[in-house]
Design a binder for this molecule. Structure first.
Ligand code: DC
Length: 235
């Protein structure tokens, strides 16, 4: 069984995907972390986020390792043996990752890697193009959204936990910029797969969203419908 969870930044994808994977005993893969790892490495090596050929060469040569973190249920990310799990969340990485991930040459290498990981099955992947490009054959596809202000509020909370204080308005602006770049890029833009289930998480708790997703998956509904869902209908 393969589960795809897509959506814009801050919609709750990684938290939900992690918990769903844990409940099902599946492997969780944070695909955004792979683009972040490349962005971090490029910054370290003074490579511009617009230099697609240099980025493509780095991504095909770097030693990227992704492991499961038992404690958090998330992934730990290593490049050339260095643990960069926390470093890839820094604002400087978030500010450049959309541009880095927009290049076709870069996406080809990373998407191929993700497809190979998907072949093993029993996987929950979150990202932007999982239901459309990486696992178009996924058994379940979810598309999570939330209002810009709610997503900025969540991101602020997350950053604050990691010791970064960022102004809310600034975060709203960054999220809008990132949404625009992610959804208008030429290669596999952020877009809901036609057969994905849309969940607006703006007024939902994490537990409610996890329950809703598990209701679908464990309820065994075979055909994936394109709908806008509310938890009350499915509890
Ligand atoms: O989910 P995230 O914020 O960590 O993702 C970081 C960036 O990576 C995001 O701006 C777009 C890009 N990304 C992508 O293009 N495709 C994916 N499957 C996952 C992330």
């Amino acid at each position: 069984m393969k589960i795809a969870i897509d959506g814009p930044a801050g919609a709750g994808k990684s938290t939900i995907a992690r918990q769903v994977a844990k409940k099902l005993g599946y492997t969780y893969l944070d695909t955004g972390a792979m683009y972040r790892a490349l962005t971090y490495t490029a910054i370290q090596r003074d490579i511009s986020p617009s230099n697609s050929s240099a980025l493509a060469s780095v991504v095909s040569q770097m030693d990227l390792q992704i492991t499961s973190d038992e404690e958090t249920g998330g992934n730990r990310i290593f490049v050339d043996g260095e643990d960069i799990t926390e470093a890839i969340r820094k604002p400087v990485v978030s500010g450049n990752v959309s541009e880095v991930s927009s290049h076709a040459e870069v996406r080809k290498v990373i998407v191929d890697l993700q497809k190979r990981m998907a072949e093993q099955g029993q996987v929950v992947m979150d990202g932007r193009d999982i239901g459309t490009v990486v696992m178009p054959d996924a058994d379940w596809k979810f598309f999570l959204t939330a209002s810009v202000s709610e997503r900025a509020r969540r991101r602020q909370l997350e950053l604050s936990k990691n010791g970064h204080e960022v102004d809310l308005k600034e975060l709203e602006r960054q999220i809008q910029d990132r949404d625009l770049m992610d959804s208008t890029r030429a290669v596999s833009p952020l877009r809901k797969a036609e057969d994905a289930i849309h969940i607006d998480t703006t007024h939902m708790t994490i537990d409610e969203v996890v329950k809703l997703v598990l209701n679908y998956v464990q309820g065994g509904k075979s055909s994936v419908q394109s709908t806008n869902n509310h938890p009350q209908r499915h509890n």
